[in-house]
Write a protein that binds this ligand. Structure first.
Ligand code: ZN
Length: 499
């Protein structure tokens, strides 16, 4: 019976992975003329996969396997496989096939309209479509009634087991710690970042990024890097994980840090237990845990002084004219500049989560009916004024900047980014406790200690445990903002001479 289950899951997985290849191609190399046919091909595959994922025979098989599951310890691989497969199945059958098809059609049309509306600064043209998206989002949640908060079922898709109430409480605690830290840093003279805003040969930038992620442990024999307008990571199998980047000739940080970020996602995927391949246990477990890894390698490691003790002389050797006379401390402050900014994806570590919380709160307001879609730009600007002390000159850099609400549901789209930062602080505190000389390892260019620890404690488990279960296993406690706040304070106080 277990063999039957694995066979069915592998078939569904094959269809989804082929769909991922089509999606990757669409975001990298597909000529613009190929868009319509590709959309149809992707929809066909998704429909067949959805039929198989909701097949009644699969449900019966899972029922039949319940006694076997009950006879095993909960953390036995077979028990976990049946448990996670059942959870996915019960979620999948809640949504009627017609609803899924109707929404997918709407979402791809919305995405095309957003692509045109953002450069034209035309929020008004998106209002009727976005109202329909909100209606779809509420209906999607209703299929899971009863719920505590209407956003809960939508949050659960990305961050299994998390709820609006718990996230609100944790975010409030994080904000209470972040706001004074941000204010203190912003009251100091800003970091001079002119050294990273010079002309840099783009091929050399890309080669340097690859050097770093190879040292991190990204396996190029089981992955590759290509260009995309919006960098992302996608998995075709545990042995084929793709990342993308973009490069700017006048900004050293664009390609570099997007490469480190996506490599963090990719190393998590590459580190999964190969025995889980083709089953419900493969791949990262949640948006939050995934983001914890991208942010670890991008920021906690990638913007640390320790790492640049090793890599900065090498970077200077690649760009002697630009950086030869710039001391390490100046470079390190430049890549950690804190400022009031409008764009989430460009925001520094200290203010980044304030951007995310604005979006999370607005999603809840929209779903609760407290905020009308047409009033979104005003609500957005009011929150940026009060939380970040800055207002976008137009909607392009305001409520039109992120594609999430224009390509998917409203609800559950943003909390994972901040959950990821919080979780990264907790996991790294545990890693440091296990390896007290971690900074010395990193400063000598050795990342195998950290990578090995993460593989052992986190990556190999893939989707076997939820985020909450992983936190319990690795840190011995629940989600907690303390370690992340302590990390930020410890890093930024000396950087900006805070008392
Ligand atoms: Zn990410």
């Amino acid at each position: 019976m277990l063999a039957d289950l694995k066979l069915r899951l592998a078939e569904i997985d094959d269809l989804n992975r082929v769909g991922a290849i089509l999606g990757w191609d669409q975001s990298t190399y597909l000529p613009s003329g190929g868009g319509a046919a590709r959309g149809r091909q992707s929809a066909t595959l998704a429909r067949i996969a959805q039929e198989k994922a909701t097949d009644k025979g699969l449900g019966r098989l899972l029922d039949d396997l319940a006694p076997y599951e009950a006879s095993l310890p909960a953390d036995h691989d077979d028990a976990a496989l049946i448990r996670v497969a059942r959870r996915n199945y019960l979620k999948a059958i809640k949504l009627p096939v017609e609803f899924v098809g109707e929404f997918q059609e709407h979402a791809s049309a919305m995405y095309m309209r957003w692509m045109a509306a953002r450069p034209a600064n035309d929020f008004a043209s998106l209002v009727p479509g976005l109202e329909r998206t909100l209606d779809f989002s509420r209906r999607a949640a209703e299929y899971f009634a009863p719920y505590e908060h209407i956003a809960d079922p939508l949050i659960d898709y990305a961050d299994q087991g998390m709820k609006a109430r718990g996230i609100r409480a944790v975010f409030a605690e994080l904000r209470a710690g972040l706001a004074p830290l941000a204010a203190a840093i912003l009251s100091r003279p800003p970091a001079d970042d002119s050294c990273i805003k010079q002309p840099f040969d783009t091929d050399k930038q890309l080669a340097f990024g690859k050097t770093i992620i190879e040292a991190y442990g990204f396996d190029f024999s089981r992955g590759r890097q290509d260009f995309a307008p919006h960098p992302f990571c996608t998995t075709f199998s545990v042995d084929d994980v793709r990342i993308t980047t973009r490069v700017k000739p006048n900004d050293l940080t664009e390609a570099l840090f997007s490469t480190l970020h996506e490599a963090g996602h990719a190393m998590y995927e590459q580190g999964g237990n190969p025995a889980y391949e083709g089953t419900s246990l493969q791949g990262g477990t949640s948006a939050g845990v995934h983001e914890s890894q991208s942010r670890t390698w991008e920021n906690i490691v990638g913007r640390s002084r320790a790492m640049w003790i090793h890599f900065y002389p090498r970077l200077q050797a690649v760009f002697p004219a630009q950086l030869g006379d710039v001391p390490l401390d100046v470079f390190h402050r430049a890549i950690n500049k804190v400022e009031r900014s409008l764009i989430r994806t460009d925001a520094d570590e200290v203010t980044y989560n304030l951007h995310v919380m604005i979006r999370f709160d607005l999603e809840l307001d929209l779903l609760e009916g407290k905020l009308a879609v047409r009033d979104l730009p005003q609500a957005w600007n009011a929150r940026y004024a009060s939380d970040l002390g800055i207002t976008a000159p137009d909607d392009r850099d305001g409520c039109l900047q992120d594609m999430h609400w224009y390509a998917g549901l409203i609800g559950g789209a943003f909390q994972g980014y901040t959950l990821g930062n919080i979780i990264s602080g907790q996991f790294m505190a545990a890693a440091r406790a296990a390896m007290p000389d971690l900074d010395a390892q990193i400063a000598s260019g050795h990342f195998a200690g950290l990578h090995g620890w993460l593989r052992e404690n986190l990556y190999q488990h893939a989707s076997k445990y939820t985020a909450n279960e992983l936190l319990q296993r690795i840190t011995g406690g629940p989600l907690s903002v303390g370690p992340y706040l302590a990390y930020l304070r410890g890093k930024y106080s000396p950087l900006f001479d805070l008392s």
